[in-house]
Write a protein of this length. Structure first.
Length: 310
């Protein structure tokens, strides 16, 4: 399918299948509600047609069906626990470079907290094709190399999380990053983090580093740090997620849990989210004290949310 004519020269794009469509639509609707101004397009990209409810389509959210099924199968991308849709993000700059100067790719399990998303598109990327925040493994490991770099002898000490990617489409094409990623895959090496590591191995630490406030990956593990960090964009990057809040004990704020349960008629209106027993809460508090130096080190790399480390 040929992408529709753009309204703006930049876009937020999600890549999902039917199973994740609802979460992407919720994230997209929240972006429209909060962003001032909203001078970018919002696209739900998919391999098959997906229904966009009329009220959301009227707000400017649209589905783009990208006919890449055969191409992706031919590349023999490792799936294991991954759906094939996870790799669609790799082709976005190539497909949309004639429509958009910059693309902000977001995972469907992201939750905007800031009205300033438009400003993120204009940050300094330096000579790099993309900007991203360090993966949460850097929080735990500090300067130790990430396993997929260490296993393959790559000396780079910066490894990003691919759930939030700001991409300069022209630079991405000029640097041949799609071809580089596909070549890494065809080499037959085994990667623990699959699609994320393909992106990282293509750039090998050469990216503009975003503040962790634009990809906050600890909302359930460290709720106190989450409040301290004042994240601009929360990423629910592992289970449990807020939509599990009525089935599993979580530390998410009740309003977030209720937001994700808004259309779930199976949840009685008077039911409360499940909370941890007191001794779990005390253990988590001790963990906050224990890991405070790591939190301070992790956050100290950026003075403000629109600063990048080049």
């Amino acid at each position: 399918m040929t992408p529709q004519a753009p309204t703006h020269n930049k876009a937020v794009i999600f890549t999902v299948d039917a199973g994740w469509l609802g979460y992407a639509l919720l994230a997209a609707q929240r972006i429209i509600t909060l962003s001032r101004p909203r001078d970018f397009d919002i696209i739900i990209a998919s391999l098959e047609p997906l229904p966009i409810p009329r009220p959301l389509a009227d707000l400017g959210i649209r589905n783009e069906v990208l006919n890449l099924n055969e191409r992706m199968r031919a590349e023999n991308l490792p799936l294991r626990w991954l759906p094939s849709i996870a790799y669609l993000r790799l082709w976005l700059p190539d497909i949309f470079q004639d429509q958009y100067d910059r693309i902000l790719y977001l995972d469907a399990d992201t939750y905007l907290c800031s009205p300033d998303l438009s400003r993120l598109f204009d940050i300094d990327l330096g000579p790099h094709a993309l900007a991203a925040a360090l993966d949460k493994e850097h929080f735990w490991q500090g300067e130790k190399p990430i396993i997929d770099f260490e296993n393959h002898g790559i000396a780079a000490n910066r490894y990003f999380n691919s759930g939030v990617l700001l991409i300069d489409t022209s630079a991405f094409a000029e640097q041949g990053l799609l071809a580089e990623m596909l070549a890494v895959n065809q080499s037959g090496i085994t990667l623990k983090y699959h699609d994320q590591s393909l992106l990282n191995m293509a750039v090998q630490g050469q990216f503009a580093e975003l503040s962790p406030r634009w990809n906050w990956q600890f909302p359930n593990r460290f709720p106190a740090y989450t409040r301290m960090a004042r994240p601009c964009l929360i990423h629910f990057s592992s289970n449990p997620r807020p939509w599990h809040g009525y089935e599993k004990e979580t530390r998410f704020p009740r309003p977030i849990i209720e937001t994700y349960a808004g259309g779930d008629t199976s949840v009685p209106p008077d039911r409360k989210p499940l909370r941890e027993p007191l001794w779990h809460q005390l253990d988590n508090l001790i963990g906050h004290v224990q890991y405070l130096p790591r939190y301070l080190r992790y956050m100290s790399r950026h003075k403000h949310p629109f600063e990048t480390r080049l």
